[in-house]
Design a protein around this ligand. Structure first.
Ligand code: ZN
Length: 436
């Protein structure tokens, strides 16, 4: 993008400079429209109000060279990246989160939910206080709160969550969670298995507190899943992975996508790992065509995400990165049972070591890759692909008043993409925070 000079100074009531992005297609009201984008004070500005009420003009004009401007991407499930594992305590834990937050900017991610997998209470209580909910900026993507995936999950669908730390609900109250997590102040989402005894009151209380309850790592049948939705659950964690496979007589959690027992006002969202490896394109299309407005792209990224090609030491393992695949440099070929999420795969395979083989251990796709793959694999519109990474997660998190849209008054968090959906620039609060 090229700055094409300054305009006459504005007569705005605000002292903040006004920037006009021109020569672009912007995603607004579900359509890519040929419109300018106006920004002031970190927010999207209504140009009509500016002209008529304030008689204001742009201080700066930026030529977008015919590119797309879409709301910044929001990743609600990311376990780490660039060698950092959010579920691993360390002395410089918050520095690790900050480093990942900064690196995510190049992938168009302007905010995210660090995700912690099943861990012992000491880890939660050590790590959770170090994660601060905060706005993004030049130092990195914003943090919208923590996604706690486990430990209240099914042992049968544990994937690589360590079984010794998996819990059930004792009394079916928030005290069960506080005993393990220590606190819930910065928690945005909890993934749990609704078939666990006493889950109902826990789901209701979490929903009452505004914490998203997501169903996952579960053997729930459809009626158990429907009951959980009526109790307040609104999300499904990595649809198809770590749940009962779709069966025509009892479609399980997957059946929520077309359930008639879910009231119209209870919109169900579901996470999809659209990396071309963890969900077959046909399964992606089935989910999308059944329930397009609920699809939320997630990376479920593992610590190997973002590392350059070649060999790396990660924890106790040697990881070899090749294209979109992360291999553990030498592992036993395990019977994986069903196709688990990338996090599960890499953890399962990292547990055993057999020098001299190269076995697929997990996908390391970034959010921009998932958007491109989803568009190509589903044949959906450009708008639908972009909204699955921006509007839908913001709707899920009840944040559309400030995130996930380019509506007037929203935070000016956005991504500039070329025709191939390659991220060219990332903006947070109207400030350029990354440029290719
Ligand atoms: Zn998982």
């Amino acid at each position: 993008m090229v700055c094409i000079g300054e305009m006459p100074s504005n007569k705005s009531v605000s002292d903040e400079p006004i920037t006009q992005f021109i020569n672009c297609r912007i995603l607004r009201h579900h359509k890519l429209q040929r419109e300018d984008l106006w920004v002031r004070g970190g927010k999207i500005l209504d140009p009509e109000k500016l002209f008529f009420d304030e008689e204001g003009f742009a201080d700066y004009r930026i030529d977008c060279e015919n590119r797309i401007i879409a709301p910044g991407f929001i990743d609600v499930q990311i376990n780490g990246g660039y060698g950092i594992d959010f579920s691993q305590a360390s002395d410089d834990y918050s520095l690790g989160i900050a480093m990942v937050a900064k690196k995510l900017l190049q992938h168009g991610v302007t905010s995210f939910c660090p995700t912690i997998v099943t861990s012992p209470p000491a880890i939660y209580q050590q790590v959770l206080p170090q994660i601060r909910v905060q706005n993004g900026g030049p130092d990195g993507a914003g943090i919208l709160g923590v996604h706690l995936e486990g430990p209240f999950i099914s042992k049968e669908k544990k994937g690589a969550h360590p079984p010794q730390f998996i819990r059930s609900f004792n009394i079916g109250a928030i005290a069960d969670l506080l005993e393990i997590y220590g606190q819930l102040d910065n928690v945005t989402m909890v993934t749990l298995a609704p078939e666990l005894p006493n889950s109902g009151p826990v789901i209701q209380e979490l929903a009452r507190r505004g914490i998203i309850v997501s169903l996952g790592h579960s053997v729930a049948n459809l009626s158990q899943a429907e009951a959980a939705v009526l109790q307040g659950s609104t999300f499904i964690t990595h649809l198809f992975n770590a749940m009962l496979p779709f069966h025509h007589r009892d479609p399980g959690i997957v059946g929520l996508l077309t359930s008639e027992k879910v009231p119209a006002q209870n919109r169900i969202f579901y996470g999809m790992i659209a990396d071309g490896i963890h969900t077959h394109p046909a399964a992606l299309r089935i989910a999308h065509r059944a329930h397009p407005k609920g699809l939320v792209l997630v990376t479920d990224a593992v610590p190997a995400m973002g590392l350059p090609a070649g060999c790396h030491s990660l924890g106790q393992q040697e990881i070899h990165i090749d294209g979109l695949h992360a291999y553990v440099a030498g592992v036993y070929i395990l019977s994986l049972g069903e196709h688990e999420s990338c996090h599960e795969l890499i953890l399962i395979l990292m547990k055993t070591f057999d020098p001299g083989t190269t076995t697929l251990s997990g996908s390391i796709a970034t959010m921009d890759m998932c958007v491109r793959h989803f568009r190509d694999a589903s044949g959906c519109s450009e708008e639908a692909a972009l909204e699955a990474a921006s509007l839908h997660p913001a709707e899920l998190l009840n944040l559309t008043h400030c995130k996930g849209t380019l509506d007037y008054g929203s935070d000016a968090d956005f991504v500039v993409l070329d025709e191939s959906f390659t991220v060219r620039e990332t903006y947070i609060a109207g400030q350029q925070v990354w440029k290719k």
